[in-house]
Design a protein around this ligand. Structure first.
Ligand code: CLF
Ligand code: SF4
Length: 520
């Protein structure tokens, strides 16, 4: 419990009241049974902005539909849907669905009953787990009985958990009424093209109504069904996110058209993800050497679409059995064997109390950020730069450089701090020693950043980072990310204005694939 409280930044904020509630909840839930790292979080947050209240209510606790929520709220996936009805050139069936996952085999496929038990076990242990998603390892709607049986069991047993679904969209129009009947508020459709000529380069075949289609005919069928499904869902007020895989030279330029097409049909959010492609995955793209985009290419495309609609930039391309905050993976704590031995104590009231406290923290974070932003008012500069942040949640700079498995990236300008992505890295700290090779990969992954914010950093990596032109910043340890980044940016501008330093643009960075290490 002590470790959990520290992890959640309670000591750092001196919030004794929150600490008491956490203590009570943890005791009530029997946190000791988790045996895990206690990577729960509580936090702070951006407000409703100009979102209508009914939409805000749907997104504020959903880690994928709200960037801000992903610092505080967790999701879990249950792998109940093994079959698929199409073939994507970036997918190999022995790996997770690339629509919603990074390559990596699903540890266990579950029956709906096992899935429901797992959801209750996770919800009892991780009070900020608010969303249950079905995202594979195949396509949930190619396995409708298992998918909807799972929803039925969970809706009955855990009514406060939001249900979420991710599909390739081929059979979506046939299931819209059932989806609405289960009060599913969030549906993701992976749409990589609206031009069948381009689609034919991505999808070798689709299987529909007992018939296999290939080439342009297959892609035309798929795009028609996807767009129809999207329209039907948005007509019913269901929030739709569109995922698109960016495949350089195949659909990268075309995704601007996709963005317009899905926006005009009412999509709420567009998530352009980098292609994951390596020969060892055994996919068509992996084997033919198709590369993924660089960090700069991905950001440029996301930026160019942003005027059209909300862009998601915090997707972690999760496994189909992921558990925890985005960016962490606690699935190994919840294997079927462990769940069966767990004492499940699903208590709605405790979950509610915990989440109310998280809301209080979100408000405190917004206030801190606003205060710092007012210090930037009046600054005249068109400098925009990126910084990397080591965090384990709660919107705090609370991770040691050597322990970071990913860095969050913020773009700083006189408009403030904006989250623009994350970079997976190999762990630098290997059992007490710094690994020089890993450090090189970390530097390549954040090479476009001017500074890296950490809770702590050793002398050696500090020197190497400085040599690479990246400033290690540890003076804001355990403080809120955005507030700290804005304060640092203000002092950076002061130094540029006084001539103490010269602002230099930085180069491109590598998107590291599959570097997130799962506890086995
Ligand atoms: Fe899962 Fe997807 Fe629902 Fe989120 S994931 S089904 S919308 S609950 Fe989220 Fe993971 Fe990205 Fe998906 S980070 S891969 S967008
Ligand atoms: Fe693979 Fe998902 Fe594509 Fe099906 S829809 S082929 S499971 S990536």
């Amino acid at each position: 419990m002590q470790a959990l409280a520290q992890h959640q930044g309670i000591a750092a904020d001196g919030n004794a009241k929150l600490g008491e509630v956490m203590q009570a909840i943890a005791e009530h839930k029997g946190c000791g049974t988790t045996g895990g790292s206690g990577k729960a979080s509580c936090g702070s947050g951006a407000g409703q902005g100009d979102l209508p209240t009914e939409i805000w209510e749907k997104v504020k606790n959903h880690p994928c539909y709200s960037e801000e929520a992903h610092h505080h709220y967790a999701r879990m996936h249950v792998a109940v849907a093994p079959a698929c009805n199409i073939q994507c050139n970036y997918c190999n069936r022995k790996y997770d669905c690339a629509n919603e996952s990074r390559p990596g085999v699903v540890s266990e496929k579950l029956t709906p009953e096992q899935a429901a038990k797992k959801v209750l076990a996770v919800a009892s242990t991780i009070p900020q787990m608010t969303v249950l998603g079905i995202a594979g390892p195949g396509d949930p709607l190619a396995n409708p009985e298992k998918t909807f049986k799972t929803f039925e069991l969970i809706a009955k047993a855990a009514p406060d958990i939001k249900l979420c679904l991710s599909t390739n969209g081929l059979t979506l129009p046939d299931h819209v009424d059932t989806i609405a009947g289960f009060n599913v508020d969030h549906v993701t459709i992976t749409i990589n093209m609206v031009d069948p000529e381009i689609g034919a380069k991505i999808y070798p075949w689709v299987f529909w109504k007992h018939k296999r289609y290939t080439g342009v005919e297959a892609a035309k069928l798929l795009t028609d069904r996807q767009l129809l499904g999207l329209e039907m869902l948005t007509e019913r007020g269901i929030l739709c996110k569109v995922n698109s895989v960016m495949i350089p030279g195949v659909n990268d330029k075309h995704l601007v058209e996709v963005n317009k097409a899905v926006k005009s049909r009412g999509a709420f959010l567009h998530n352009i993800m980098p292609l994951i492609s390596a020969p060892e995955h055994g996919t068509v793209f992996g084997l033919n050497g198709q590369r993924g985009p660089t960090a700069q290419e991905l950001k440029a495309l996301q930026d160019s679409c942003e005027g059209e609609m909300n862009m998601m930039r915090h997707c972690r391309q999760c496994r189909a059995d992921a558990v925890g905050l985005l960016g962490e993976d606690r699935s190994a704590e919840f294997t079927t064997d462990k769940i069966m031995a767990m004492e499940v104590n699903y208590d709605l009231e405790s979950r509610k109390a915990y989440q109310e406290k998280v809301e209080e923290e979100r408000v405190a974070k917004v206030a801190a950020k606003q205060e710092e932003l007012s210090a930037l008012a009046g600054e005249m500069s068109d400098i925009k730069l990126l910084v990397a942040v080591a965090t384990k949640g709660s919107g705090l700079i609370n991770e040691h450089f050597g322990h970071a498995k990913e860095f969050q990236v913020y773009e700083l300008s006189t408009a403030g701090a904006k989250f623009v992505g994350h970079r997976r890295v190999d762990l630098y700290c290997q059992g007490g020693f710094g690994d020089e090779e890993s450090l090189e990969t970390v530097i390549r992954a954040i090479n476009d950043c001017h500074a890296v914010f950490v809770a702590k950093i050793g002398g050696c990596p500090k020197a190497d980072l400085l040599k690479a032109g990246i400033e290690p910043v540890d003076q804001y340890a355990h403080e809120f990310i955005e507030k700290s980044a804005i304060a640092w940016f203000k002092s950076y501008l002061d130094k540029v204005n006084s001539g103490e330093i010269e602002h230099i643009e930085r180069g491109d960075a590598e998107i590291r694939q599959g570097a997130l290490i799962t506890a086995a």
